[in-house]
Ligand binder design. Sequence first.
Ligand SMILES: *Cc1c(COP(=O)(O)O)cnc(C)c1O
Ligand SMILES: [Zn+2]
Length: 502
Amino acid sequence: MKPEQFPPDIQPHLIPWPSGRLIYRCLSCAAEFDIQKLLYTCPKCGQVLLLHDTHFEQLKEIPAAQWRRIFDYRRMLTLPALKGIYRYHEFIGPNIPLDAVVYLGEGHTPVVEANRGLQRDVGLRFYYKNDGQNPSASFKDRGMASALSYINHLIKSGKVSNVLAVCASTGDTSAAAALYASYLRPDIQSAVLLPHKKVTPQQLSQPLGSGAKVYEIPGVFDDCMKVVEALSEQYEVALLNSKNAWRVLGQESYSYEIAQEFEYDVADKVVVVPIGNAGNITAVMSGFLKFHQIGLITALPKIIGVQSSHADPVYQYYRETDRDRRKFVPQNVRASVAQAAMIGNPVSMPRVIQLVEQYNARAGCQRVHFVQVAEQEIMDWQLQANRNGHIACTHGGECLAGLKRAVEMGLADKTETAIIDSTAHALKFAGFQDLYFSDRFPAEFEVAPQPALMNAPIYIHPSDLAQVPAPGRPLSGEAFDSFVQAVSRDIALDLKLVKKKE
Ligand SMILES: *Cc1c(COP(=O)(O)O)cnc(C)c1O
Ligand SMILES: [Zn+2]
């Protein structure tokens, strides 16, 4: 719809112009810093930062009901800059001019209700939100769209040039970073660091295909992260890990979309997310808090963070119910099918600690919970979901396993509706499905296939056939007829098909 066709009271707000005043604020010493420079940690105390809009309260000058209408009407716009996460421009990056916005098709991912059988098995109504349907097939695109739009803005305004963007990755961050950086060539080059043999072939193919420099190093993600931190401290590079607060800002769109999808009625909603480096759960909490602060939502949804028992430092931290006695202990992670969440020392832990406090305080009761699941449950629930029409990755399986656990523990019940995150596309992690189906999981994963969930192709090659077709060597005439007849006979036999009556 063309802007002039929208209702007159919406028109002035339809296309946002740069507003707000963003600053970096240190989580620890509360020092504030200008955003004209790329900053990842506090120059005073070294702690992580979050972005704050010092003019945020001014958003209240527009009534909440009007904000809802503005976002609903923006759905009908055809302007690329407002088709993705910047539909929520005033909440995501109010200072970003629309001509600097990089839109590659991210955000507004499908929310798909589970069928009745699966809902019965889990014990409540739930939906998958398919963040694997983002351009690089994971939710990381939300944060990259934000981080790269900001860098693009700095480039366009002459503040930086020839940017080298770097990140450490468990696979999906590098795929997203390389994709968005490649769109902005030649102004931006990207280099990604991956733990050798700890990302899937699909994930490795992505930054290679986008033309990034790809470095594989020994160790796990936490080791890559340390190297990238050293690089960003000593050299002129732009860090694209979620330590970069712009990433968190973009990922808040996930919460805004859920709010809008459910007509801003989230009081009885349970949002389930997997936790790795904890950037995602940070963004999800922050997003709902912001909408609540301005009144777009009048209640905060419950949030459940899920971790595998092979990488669960956040879960372990919150197991201690006395908050004064909680102590964060980094972990040595073990092999996990939720490979993108195989992180023992999450960079965003200080953000999580602060936001959980704020979230529960604002809700007036405990609204954030953490559960732990076994590797076996992750695989079983992923396969179970996908046998019921979903395209969940292993982390989507982790969320479903986590939801089931939450129901068993009484943390969620059938008066509520859950929205669970399939953070990537199933195809990225097809290798784990192969290991399951062929019963070849290395022992360290602690996964044994359930026969009922296994599957394998059946090769049909009738022994009574003299000739079969091959590429470039088609059959014809009688040979072709015999081939078609024999193959259909064997398939019918295997499927126990009943012959049609004459
Ligand atoms: C990055 C990632 C996660 C973990 O998210 P964090 O922000 O690191 O907690 C989970 N699933 C997938 C598919 C990911 O790529
Ligand atoms: Zn500080």
